[in-house]
Design a protein around this ligand. Structure first.
Ligand code: KE4
Length: 428
């Protein structure tokens, strides 16, 4: 594949944007080479600036669950834009999408919209601290909740990809209130809680981790966290920025039957426009300004264009719940095909999958937490990534990411992807 124009655009971008990108994971630093600049996208396909068509397994890191430029979403945004793009005043559409989200997700009475997953998670933790009057939080090594200071402690996704899981700029004062646990290790969480008795406001977790690759919770892990939170008066925050409205209509709470106290959203809820949200039962949410003392605000929160995109997206998912099964079936089909292709070529690997989230790890052992995710052979991953790209398949440019399946993928696209794995596996 030729990427001349992308490289030229990247050179220009680097002169005025740090690293040439507005989010580090896009820079291909983990896999080498220049990032691909996309010109446009439709359905399951990206069209890059050099005229290459790529089958997209990132889908804007999750939002494009129905495919790029999905007509109902595009039309909703276009029509809304004609009536003004932002008012800084309440609008009916905010209530409409709030009512729909509350009807789809268990255990939430109220929801507050913000502009990113980071903002949703940051605000959820502030709310938990304000509600419980306690300062410390527990997060899990390898989980990523956005780039708010409290979370950049052993964070996953881009933070670990660039070797700054503990980012400079985060003060010791902030870091000391973030306690780190091992994913899927309930005993470790219990030890942390009992040695910080009465000081922990919340546990925040990706209930199905996606920022160390895809790592599902082992049986009983989430249930155990729920029990520990109930026993020790700690709030349980499910960061469903990735999993919300993707793994099931009601997210992981519905899929795995474990109740959270606060849930955060991003990605799908905005239909590709900048939307995050956090939600909980009324007695918690009423602590938020202007009702309660916990302050949180945003000029563009509830922006009409973003609400229009999100409402169109959630409406379609709510009215066609078979989409979630179809997505899971396509992901299982892909898993089977990739595993067969790698096995036939004696490539040591592990594939993790849950619903429409999947990741390939070039390591023999089970990948159940950050340490085992970090065991993967990164040199093999880099060759795999570029081989797939050269065969017209765009997967995450980092081993610490999940592939996101879109309903726009056909089984022919999946077969083309599996055939590419077959070809690339011979070069690994
Ligand atoms: P944003 O602030 O990027 O909208 O959301 C932060 C966030 C919070 N929680 C979870 C579980 C997330 O996965 C994310 C963001 N995900 C990454 C991809 N792993 C976004 C890609 C990027 O950083 O550019």
């Amino acid at each position: 594949m030729i990427y001349k124009r992308s490289s030229a655009l990247f050179a220009a971008a680097q002169k005025v944007i740090p690293g040439g990108v507005n989010s580090p994971v896009r820079a291909f630093k983990a896999v080498g080479g220049d990032p691909i600049f996309v010109k446009e996208a439709k359905g399951a396909y990206l069209y890059d600036e050099d005229g290459n068509r790529l089958i997209d397994y990132i889908n804007s890191w999750g939002p494009m669950i129905l495919g790029h430029a999905h007509p109902p979403v595009v039309n909703a945004v276009v029509e809304k834009a004609k009536k003004g793009t932002s008012f800084g005043m309440p609008t009916e559409i905010e209530t409409q999408i709030a009512e729909l989200a509350v009807s789809m997700v268990p255990n939430i009475d109220k929801i507050r919209f913000v502009n990113s997953g980071t903002e949703a998670c940051m605000s959820a933790v502030r709310l938990a601290r304000g509600y419980t009057q306690k300062d410390k939080i527990i997060k899990f090594a390898g989980c990523y909740h956005g780039h708010s200071d409290s979370f950049l402690i052993q964070a996953g996704s881009g933070a670990v990809t660039f070797g700054s899981p503990n980012s400079p700029g985060v003060t010791k004062g902030t870091a000391q209130d973030t306690l780190l646990a091992r994913y899927n290790d309930l005993d470790h969480v219990e030890r942390i809680i009992t040695s910080n008795k009465g000081e922990i406001a919340c546990i925040i977790i990706e209930p199905v981790a996606g920022n160390m690759g895809c790592i599902p919770p082992v049986k009983g892990f989430l249930e155990g966290l729920r029990a520990l939170c109930d026993e020790h008066d700690v709030l349980l925050i499910f960061d469903e920025v990735m999993t919300g409205f993707r793994l099931a209509r009601g997210g992981v709470q519905e899929l795995l039957g474990v109740d959270a106290d606060i849930v955060t959203f991003g990605k799908v809820i905005g239909g590709g426009l900048p939307v995050g949200a956090f939600a909980a039962r009324e007695e918690i949410m009423n602590h938020l300004a202007p009702l309660g003392p916990v302050y949180q605000a945003g000029t563009l929160s509830g922006n009409p264009l973003a609400m229009a995109a999100g409402l169109a997206m959630l409406t379609e998912l709510n009215n066609n719940q078979g989409i979630f099964t179809s997505l899971a079936d396509k992901t299982e089909y892909l898993h089977t095909g990739i595993a067969k292709a790698l096995k036939e070529n004696n490539i040591t690997h592990t594939i993790n999958r849950l619903g429409s989230m999947i990741s390939v790890h070039f390591d023999a052992g089970a990948v159940v937490d950050f340490d085992t995710a970090a065991n993967g052979n990164n040199e093999t991953f880099k060759k795999f990534f570029h081989g797939m790209l050269d065969n017209g398949i765009y997967i995450a440019p980092s081993a610490f990411e999940t592939w996101f399946i879109t309903e726009a993928l056909t089984y022919e696209d999946l077969d083309e992807t599996i055939a590419a794995v077959q070809k690339v596996a011979k070069t690994l």
